[in-house]
Each structure stands twice: as C-alpha cells, then as structure tokens.
Design a protein. Structure first.
Length: 196
C-alpha cells in the first residue's frame, strides 16, 4: 500500500510539472502573439486605415477648425475624397487634425501606380476639367474661402482664378489670381458630375 501511495505522489508531481510547462508554453505563445500584434500596428499607416474604411461615412476635422462628413470614396497617397451630397470634397492629409468613424482594419495599397498618384495629380485633373471649386485655405488663425477655377498646378502650389460663384471663368470675371501652396489647402469642394 505504501508503494501505491508513493506512486500517486509521483503522478501528482509529474502532472503538476506538466501543467506548469503547458502554462509556460501558453504564456510564451500569448507574449509572442502580443509582440507580433504590436509590430504589425507599428507598420500600419493611417492611409491603410483610411483605405480599409472606403464606403464608410466618416468625419474629417481640419487643423483650421472646419470639418467635413461624408462617404469615403478615395484614399490616395496625399489626400482623400469624401462624397458629401451634392459635392465631392478633396482633403489633403496634411490639413487633417483627426478622423471620426474609421474602422479598426487596415488595407495596404498593392498598386504601385495608385501609391504614386498624389495631390498634384488630382488637382491637375480639376484644372484640366475647368471645374468650379470652393477652396478652403486653412491655418492656425482659421480659414479663408475662395471660389474659382484652377488655372495652373505647379509642383507644390496652384494658381486659383477667383470668380463669383456660378460664373464661368473669363478674363473679365476674374477678380484675382491667388497662388496657393499645397500646404495651405484645407479642402476643396466641387459639385459632383451631373449634380444640380
């Protein structure tokens, strides 16, 4: 009987050691998972979070104190586009103080072409189409609103021909031409194609 009882103590000891090793393995696995999760989060860009939120309604609060809200339809290299009926709003990332409504997921851009399309490309498209725009220039003191048509897009600026809202850009209708650095652009609204 003493041998049997002694055998039971060894079984209990081995079971205890086995459970301690299993617990140590589980803790090591949890630590590795947590470390890999932290490493993945460090590599995520805000642009990847925005891209994963395409189709969602989000809020964008600008450094100048203004905001826009709408369906996120594009997240490019330097700017995003919101669908804010009846307008589309182009917002450079550099003008944003915070976003509201982003999902928790991220999606990397697989296309090198899309990754290379920046703010200047979008602005050149608006200039080519002679689109009437409502441009918000933002800074720490607040914002300024101008209506006009982009005459020219440089490497880091636009020339905006300021006209009365609803007026077609003609030489005699231009009240001023403003050279606006990209860094000063807070948001640009344009009517959607086919909008009223």
């Amino acid at each position: 009987m003493a041998t049997y009882a002694g055998g039971m103590r060894w079984d209990a000891l081995f079971n205890d050691i086995e459970s301690q090793l299993a617990e140590a393995d589980r803790l090591a696995l949890d630590a590795e998972i947590n470390e890999r999760t932290r490493a993945e989060l460090v590599s995520l860009s805000l642009e990847d979070r925005l891209r994963a939120s395409l189709g969602y309604r989000i809020g964008v609060h600008l450094l100048c104190g203004e905001s826009a809200r709408g369906e996120l339809t594009h997240a490019g290299a330097d700017a995003l586009v919101l669908d804010e009926d009846p307008y589309q709003v182009l917002v450079p990332y550099a003008a944003v103080a915070r976003y509201v409504g982003l999902g928790r997921h991220a999606q990397a851009e697989s296309s090198s072409v899309r990754r290379s399309i920046g703010l200047a490309h979008s602005l050149r498209g608006l200039a080519r189409d002679r689109t009437e725009l409502a441009v918000t220039i933002g800074g720490v003191e607040g914002s300024v609103h101008l209506a006009g048509v982009i005459d020219r897009v440089g490497r880091d600026y636009i020339d905006l021909a300021v006209v009365m809202p609803g007026e077609v850009r003609r030489s005699q209708g231009v009240s001023q031409v403003s050279a606006i650095p990209f860094a000063g652009l807070a948001m640009i609204r344009s009517r959607k194609v086919g909008g009223l």
